[in-house]
Ligand binder design. Sequence first.
Ligand code: TRH
Length: 393
Amino acid sequence: MLWDVFCRVIDNFGDIGVCWRLAADLAGRGQAVRLWVDDASTLRWMAPHLHWTRDDELGLVCGQGHDGIRVCRWDDAVHLDARCPGLRAGDVVIEAFGCDPPDAFVARMQTRATEGQASQWVNLEYLSAEDYVERSHGLASPVFSGVGAGLRKRFFYPGFTRATGGLLREPGLLAARTAELGTLQQRLGYLRALGIPVQEGDTTLLVFCYESAPFAGLADLLSRQQATQPATHVLLTAGPAARLGSLWAQAHPRSGLRLHTLPYLAQDAFDRLLWCCDLNLVRGEDSAVQALWAGRPHIWQIYEQDDGVHAGKLEAFMARWMRAWPGELRSGVEAWWRAWNGLGPMPDALTSPLPDWQTASSAWRAWSEKSRAELLDQTDLASQLITFVSSSG
Ligand code: TRH
């Protein structure tokens, strides 16, 4: 099938991160994807193998170099009549996060519909563990006005239960990662290739966070532990984490913590990094899902919303992810998650230390793996999406 995926970059990297991952997943299953994006700048590092050249079939300049995917400019979809008069809408049109495809493109969907071959129009929603997701997943909504009047779109909700659209997970992901990074030596090799001088017995944590993260509180705690423990490497992703790390390092020149600033990595390299660290601090939506698959202890910083609804989303996810965890571990981890999100006080390092994340016998790690195993029972998002659009619902 031919898929048109529309993505508007609102802020950060999650919009394009999810859409790129979805496009690559679909393409890996033999689907053809046109990814229409209003700002492709992030793809320069997220998918550095792409190059921009004229596509003879479309007559447009597209990002090419990934089998099965052409990255197209949103603006070209706005001016289709002038720039690409022959373009036919795909079999499936995905609008990510309600981004509203341009009218000129919707007009092409109308043309297909009048030919009796309507595109399957799907609104791919944000991820949430809240109960409404099960109720809303799959609902249809007729379009009553505008260029799309008479067409119908359906809502596809990713989620954590069988009654939802599931999570992005490429076929064979766990087996492939285990083959590539299953041993300590493989993981050390991967980190060293990134320039991290890590030795056997050292511990590593990755920080991908927003500017509001209480990084100093965490770094203070880690540096206090440092005196009695093997070397701790803190990998700071480019952007806020790197800035927070650098500020803290200036104030604590003799801390002993090993802080390393990373460049922006290609998405597949970033994903692998999560498998190589003992603790992952992730944010947003897409990296948070990848942290689940990596199966390591992790702390999630949720995308903050002005109306505060993110607090409920965080609680809903914690309740689901840690449902079966022993009480003490669960309350210890929850306290850190809330603190990392500014939704609770920083736990006192003496009375409620960060639960063990360093050792192979860490209960946090064991329970993360158990919760991951439960999620693996769920059919992945791209498989569900293909089934979804193959039936008219
Ligand atoms: O960047 P984010 O905070 O994105 C957010 C969320 O998606 C949020 O839900 C949404 O509403 C908001 O954007 C608009 O975090 P997220 O979702 O984890 O996306 C980050 C992407 O960047 C992910 O695909 C991983 C990728 N990435 C790399 O490829 N290389 C890197 O070096 C880094 C740091 C990230």
